[in-house]
Design a protein around this ligand. Structure first.
Ligand code: MN
Length: 260
């Protein structure tokens, strides 16, 4: 059983806002972030848990993330601005996600990253706990997975009695270090985090990482798997990820239809 210092709601946290001034992001980026929350729920990547952030378009040292709530219910007024220390700028008394340090420390370490998605999507978790087996690109839609996604072992940074959650800057930094040269990292016994150069690309990757994991588990039961080469992975990223707007429009339409 998971225990925590945060009482009965271990992943909903009260924080005091930092004194830093808030800067209004463009309405378009907020709208895309809200839409991404709904799509990720509709596509089964997140349930009541999991979150997506985007780097602030006017302040690269800030990012935007919903307050502590189920992604399917997020609206524009639920978006909170954070510093790269994970401090809320304008929570105004609203609870925030405990695991905001995932986002903060990745945005700090990877200036090229514009969006971060953390989830516990179903098919990826088994691949986070089996020694000697790694999530690896095995079909053309998931070239970004590459030649073997790193697995973050929280015991190395936090000892053997954590609740597995990334609840402080120290653990966030330890996780973020795994993103050097990788765009998806599995978290042992927990889930995964994926990054992109835009909200749409990150959403695309979160959806197809889950599919790659599902197909990989199925293929491994049948026999030896032929994975993409490094060259194939790169070529697939270059060609197919130029098209991330195509599934985005479809997924958004589906998510909106189901919300009615
Ligand atoms: Mn989590």
């Amino acid at each position: 059983m998971c225990t925590s210092d945060h009482g009965n709601h271990p992943i909903a946290v009260d924080v005091a806002d930092t004194a830093a001034a808030s800067v209004a992001p463009s309405p378009e980026i907020v709208a895309d972030l809200v839409a991404a929350n709904h799509i990720l729920f509709d596509q089964g990547v997140v349930d009541a848990f999991g979150h997506i952030s985007v780097r602030h378009d006017k302040r690269p040292d800030r990012f935007l993330l919903a307050r502590n709530m189920a992604p399917s219910r997020v609206e524009a007024e639920d978006i909170v601005e954070f510093t790269l220390d994970g401090e809320a700028v304008n929570a105004n008394g609203r609870k925030v996600y405990l695991e905001r340090f995932i986002h903060a420390e990745i945005f700090r370490r990877r200036p090229d990253v514009m969006a971060v998605i953390h989830s516990h999507s179903h098919s990826i978790v088994p691949l986070s706990v089996v020694k000697g087996t790694r999530l690896r690109a095995m079909f053309h839609m998931a070239g970004f997975v590459g030649q073997g996604a790193p697995v973050f072992e929280i015991r190395e940074a936090g000892g053997d009695a954590t609740d597995l959650l990334i609840g402080n800057n120290h653990l966030g930094r330890a996780l973020a270090e795994h993103f050097d040269g990788h765009d998806i990292v599995l978290m042992r016994g927990h889930g995964s985090t994926v990054v992109g150069y835009s909200i749409k690309q990150a959403v695309y990757r979160a959806v197809y990482a889950e599919l790659n994991a599902r197909y990989q588990l199925q293929a491994m039961q049948l026999g030896e798997v032929t994975y993409l080469t490094e060259g194939e992975s790169r070529a697939c990223v270059a060609s197919i990820e130029a098209q991330v707007h195509r599934p985005w429009e479809m997924w958004l339409e589906q998510a909106r239809a189901r919300r009615r």
